[in-house]
Design a protein around this ligand. Structure first.
Ligand SMILES: *[C@@H]1O[C@H](CO)[C@@H](O)[C@H](O)[C@H]1NC(C)=O
Ligand SMILES: *[C@@H]1O[C@H](CO)[C@@H](O)[C@H](O)[C@H]1NC(C)=O
Ligand SMILES: *[C@@H]1O[C@H](CO)[C@@H](O)[C@H](O)[C@H]1NC(C)=O
Length: 279
């Protein structure tokens, strides 16, 4: 008796389980009628179309307000890194072997093409010691302050085409990375030191390694197309005692509010490179 009752109950269970997927009596699928499902699908379709529409509209409005000439959403101006030319942090060469330093000399020469005095004549002769601000000009393209390679004197590659490499007194050029809107306070200059007991003599061009304020601010790639970064050249006046030794030279931007001692970023406002000259 009990067993037939069980079987009946079992049958009931199975059919109600099947019914929960598809109930042929009511035509319900997963507990909903076809029209109910259609309504749900329709609701989601409309809902997602609406979301996509909203997204497209906001994007479109935002893109309309963007201007190629004016960078937007700058909450703070980052600090610039310092880089050197020749483009190598290990400048090791044999001063008696021009093939060994030709690469560095070519690197400097091609880098300085943009600073050709004839090219730079076209740019503005700006007032020294003052920012060259052009926020209120009608012009979309900003003017550029001239920086002639001639001002690098012995490191210009004009009087000495080997940039001092052949005489064992090599020049290294330093520049700060371009940062839009950067206006360094104070009077920035480059100071290089060699980690060594006896100091190594150096010459700076322009004098005292000064970076003039007139080259700031920079207005961006498009607005300030022909902008040239100010350069500082350092000529290491090495003597025979300093040959055949790896010298570690550290250069920093000093005299301004630019950071040069960030623990995590070794290139922020400073750079360390190695030099070794052999005969
Ligand atoms: C440097 O080059 C000169 C000339 O090629 C050569 O005589 C000299 O041995 C080289 N010095 C070193 C340390 O390789
Ligand atoms: C820059 O000047 C040098 C030497 O005066 C010359 O050889 C070179 O062709 C010039 N380059 C440009 C781009 O004017
Ligand atoms: C350059 O840096 C060295 C080492 O930090 C320092 O002793 C020297 O006074 C600095 N020179 C100038 C002109 O700031």
């Amino acid at each position: 008796m009990a067993s037939t009752e069980d079987k009946a109950a079992n049958k009931e269970n199975v059919s109600s389980w099947k019914d929960s997927i598809y109930n042929p009596r009511t035509g319900e699928l997963l507990g909903r009628t076809a029209s109910s499902w259609a309504l749900i699908l329709l609701f989601y379709l409309v809902f997602y179309c609406f979301l996509a529409g909203m997204f497209t509209l906001t994007m479109w409005v935002m893109l309309l307000t963007l201007d190629d000439y004016v960078p937007r959403y700058r909450d703070r101006v980052p600090h610039p890194g310092l880089v050197i030319r020749p483009n190598s942090l290990d400048i090791f060469y044999n001063k008696s072997d021009p093939v060994k330093y030709a690469e560095h000399v070519q690197n400097l020469e091609s880098f300085l093409q943009r600073y050709n005095d004839t090219e730079q004549e076209k740019n503005e002769d700006c007032r020294q010691g003052e920012y060259f601000e052009q926020d209120n000009t009608e012009e979309m393209t900003k003017k550029v302050c001239r920086f002639k390679r001639g001002s690098l004197s012995l490191c210009s590659g004009l009087s000495d085409t080997s940039f001092g490499y052949s005489e064992g007194k090599p020049c290294v050029l330093l520049k700060m990375n371009r940062i839009i809107g950067l206006k360094p306070r104070g009077d920035p200059y480059i100071n290089c030191t060699v980690k060594k007991d006896t100091p190594v003599q150096m010459q700076y061009f322009p004098s005292e390694g000064r970076i003039d304020k007139m080259y700031f601010p920079y207005y961006g790639k498009k607005a300030h197309e022909n902008y040239v970064q100010p350069l500082v050249a350092v000529k290491l006046l090495l003597t025979k005692e300093e040959y055949n030794k790896v010298l570690s030279v550290e250069c920093r931007v000093e005299g301004s509010d630019l950071r040069n001692n960030d623990e995590r970023d070794k290139f922020l406002g400073r750079v360390t490179f190695r030099i070794k000259v052999v005969e």
